[in-house]
Design a protein around this ligand. Structure first.
Ligand code: DC
Length: 225
């Protein structure tokens, strides 16, 4: 049995549409590490709740749903109950619903064990709000990836268009601002940079440059016991 606290974790937190998903995935590939997209888990719970007719404020019912949720990540795809849901969970209204549901303590607690199970050799890159602050507080490296809100709206817009789901830029900007606000203001695991996280502002960085930055910081962190 491997002592899981010895398995290195790189935690990448930050606001919505900061590019953290893309950067985290590429860092995991470069290091041959596993990858946890925690936002996808929250989105998946939201989609499953809507399908099951559970309201997004029914805390106990949602926590029970988490316990029984069938989820499988395979390469870049997400499956739930054998159904491919990769694109469905990316819809903007699922993100908004996930942000509302994520404020419920029982749901977050139910998701803790499921997230920690991803910590497997040789290592894990974990992407999401509270990865460094709550889920993996002993991570070897904690990055807080951010970008200006306008730049984040532009990136989300481009992403949605590529998926054939157009959305209005003004609405998107409002959505992202509202989501930042809700994620920051919530009582449980709010969006915040932990004191031991190192900030990486990607407003003017290409994805490749951001990946190199994370790898360089990890190389330094590894040398410091
Ligand atoms: O990163 P994302 O947009 O896919 O996440 C969707 C929502 O899920 C986000 O608005 C807040 C919530 N979330 C969370 O509260 N904690 C996480 N670790 C990941 C996501």
């Amino acid at each position: 049995m491997v002592n899981s606290s010895k398995i290195p974790v790189i935690a990448i937190d930050g606001p919505s549409a900061s590019g953290k998903g893309t950067v985290a995935r590429l860092v995991a590939q470069r290091l041959g590490f596993h990858f946890l997209d925690s936002g996808a888990l929250y989105r998946l719970v939201t989609l499953a709740a809507i399908k099951a007719g559970i309201e997004l404020d029914e805390e106990a019912a949602l926590a029970r749903l988490v316990a029984t949720l069938d989820v499988r990540f395979e390469n870049d795809d997400v499956f739930s109950n054998q159904e491919l849901v990769t694109d469905a969970i990316r819809a903007e209204q699922i993100g908004v619903g996930a942000s509302q549901m994520a404020a419920l303590p029982a749901v977050r607690t139910a998701l803790l064990a499921r997230q920690r199970a991803f910590r497997q050799p040789p290592g894990l890159v974990a992407d999401g709000r509270d990865m460094g602050s709550v889920v993996f507080p002993d991570a070897a490296l904690k990055i807080y990836l951010t970008a200006d809100v306008e730049e984040r709206a532009r990136r989300r817009h481009k992403q949605l268009i590529e998926k054939g789901m157009d959305d209005n830029m003004t609405t998107l900007l409002q959505d992202i601002r509202a989501r930042d606000e809700r994620d920051r203001a919530r009582a449980v695991a709010p969006l915040q940079k932990s004191d031991d996280a190192s900030v990486l502002d990607t407003t003017r960085l290409t994805i490749d440059a951001a990946v190199e930055q994370v790898l360089a910081r990890y190389a330094v962190a590894k040398r410091v016991p």
